[in-house]
Design a protein around this ligand. Structure first.
Ligand SMILES: [Zn+2]
Length: 238
């Protein structure tokens, strides 16, 4: 007696379920990778910020040194001014003091600007660290939850595989190899239900001859898309 259409339907459903389980199992590691990449990117940004901070601090220190040396030079000029021997010398020194004082003001502004920049970078570093913490926590939680879920999924995968292997016997021996190749290529889409004389995979109508074959329980591959066709029984057997 040929297998009932519902046996094919159940095999088809098992193949569909297996695909779903395997997709979930494959998706998890990809999602974990995405999260790891997020941490790497954030860490890279932090490294760059820390480099910038080092550089900006060095620049700020340099400006402060310049400022101190400018202040010392002004003090020195003021001392010279007190001992100026002539009006001409007095004017020259006064001119130098004026120029140095203007330069000192510029240096002061620059030094403040660098200090502001250091503050801003430090704030960015704090934010970046907190982003890394968040991303790490997220990755850790996700990985843990996936690993827990994966255990169940792998068990389900094994059960389905056994069930599918067992029910392969409903596929006639002479086409079993062809069926197997289709499953390897298309997964659950190796099978297509036929209803109202149409292949549900490619939606092409079956020839009258094919319809007769299918109705009489013969094995049939769709003449258009090559899928293994089956018909669901009108009455579910008890
Ligand atoms: Zn088809």
């Amino acid at each position: 007696m040929p297998p009932a259409g519902n046996d094919f339907l159940r095999l088809h459903q098992s193949l569909q379920e297996l695909k779903k389980v395997q997709d979930q199992l494959a998706r998890g590691p990809r999602q974990i990778q995405v999260r790891k990449k997020r941490i790497e990117t954030a860490q890279f940004e932090l490294d760059e910020l820390e480099e910038t901070l080092k550089f900006t601090r060095a620049e700020a220190d340099k400006k402060n040194l310049d400022l101190k040396s400018k202040e010392a030079s002004i003090l020195e000029l003021q001392r010279k001014l007190n001992g100026a021997a002539s009006n001409r010398e007095y004017q020259i020194i006064t001119g130098q003091i004026e120029a140095d004082t203007a330069a000192k003001a510029v240096l002061e502004d620059e030094a403040i600007e660098y200090l502001d920049r250091v503050d801003a970078i430090q704030k960015q570093i704090e934010e970046s660290k907190s982003r890394i913490d968040d991303a790490s926590n997220d990755a850790e939680l996700f990985t843990k939850s996936f690993e827990e879920k994966a255990e169940g999924l792998r068990a389900k995968e094994a059960t389905l595989k056994t069930k599918i292997t067992e029910s392969r016997s409903i596929i006639p021996k002479e086409v079993r190899e062809q069926f197997q190749r289709l499953v390897e290529a298309y997964g659950p889409d190796a099978m297509a239900e036929s209803s109202n004389g149409v292949c549900n995979n490619c939606f092409v109508s079956l020839t009258p001859q094919a319809k007769v074959m299918l109705n009489s329980g013969r094995t049939l591959f769709c003449g258009s898309c090559g899928r293994f066709l089956y018909q669901v029984d009108q009455f579910i057997e008890g």
